[in-house]
Design a protein. Structure first.
Length: 251
């Protein structure tokens, strides 16, 4: 497991019970991804592999709207497997652990992932392994985040996660995939106070990346600066920068 995953896993494990109530952006991303897949590639995929199933935002969409024979879900947090099997379907095969560390990826017709792959290092190598695992003519349907994600916080802190650019994704996908649809957009949430922003991070499991070890006085100064430098008429903003990729495996 890489150093990033060693921090992300425990944070998401603590947020399993609060994630669905606070992950509004991720929920909208899952809906937009499924709609793009349905309108472009249809509904029938015999074998499906989902990376980073989490609490099941995208998994539930898949079970509601796709026709499949075998669904394989993966997540860094083992408790997520128990949750999707209990709440969505006991037929889900769950593979725990960091996907980039799995010794073998399943052979499938469709790879799904929502708001996950930006955590992976090295991502280019994983995309090559996924190309080897997806049958010719099969599909890759994913959302992730771009460089402007949490841009307000980046004004004050140097976050330990560098989000890949749209151009980098194009380079990584081009050798093995026909890019059928690519979308980039912004989705901004607004909060009453800067402290509410950090509570949102904790509830969605990303506080390991956004909560530096500071003294109480330093924290107070950071919160005051965040509010002072970012406030808008609607409140304290937090910008998400989603990207959507729908690609077909070149035969």
């Amino acid at each position: 497991m890489n150093r990033l995953n060693s921090r992300v896993g425990p944070s998401f494990a603590r947020a399993v019970g609060t994630y669905d109530r606070h992950a509004q952006v991720q929920g909208r991303m899952a809906e937009r991804l499924m709609q793009a897949l349905l309108s472009t590639a249809g509904t029938s995929f015999p074998r499906v592999f989902e990376i980073g199933c989490g609490t099941g935002l995208l998994t539930r969409q898949a079970f509601t709207r796709l026709t499949m024979e075998h669904y394989i879900a993966n997540d860094l947090v083992p408790a997520c497997g128990e949750r999707v099997q209990r709440n969505i379907s006991p037929t889900i095969e769950f593979i725990p652990g960091a996907v980039e560390c799995l010794p073998q990826l399943p052979e499938v017709d469709l790879v799904l992932s929502n708001a996950t792959l930006h955590w992976i290092r090295p991502l280019a190598e994983l995309l090559q392994r996924l190309a080897d695992a997806v049958k010719p003519g099969g599909w890759l349907a994913i959302t992730t985040f771009g460089p402007d994600n949490f841009k307000e916080l980046n004004l004050l802190l140097e976050l330990p996660l560098a989000y890949p650019t749209h151009e980098a994704w194009q380079v990584w996908l081009k050798p093995n995939w026909e890019i059928v649809q690519a979308e980039v957009w912004r989705d901004t949430l607004y909060f009453f106070t800067p402290l509410d922003v950090f509570r949102h991070f904790r509830a969605t499991g990303v506080n390991s990346l956004t909560a530096p070890r500071l003294s109480k006085t330093q924290w107070q100064k950071l919160l005051e600066q965040y509010g002072r430098e970012t406030v808008e008429a609607q409140g304290i903003p937090l910008t998400y920068h989603p990207m959507l990729w729908l690609a077909r495996r070149i035969a």
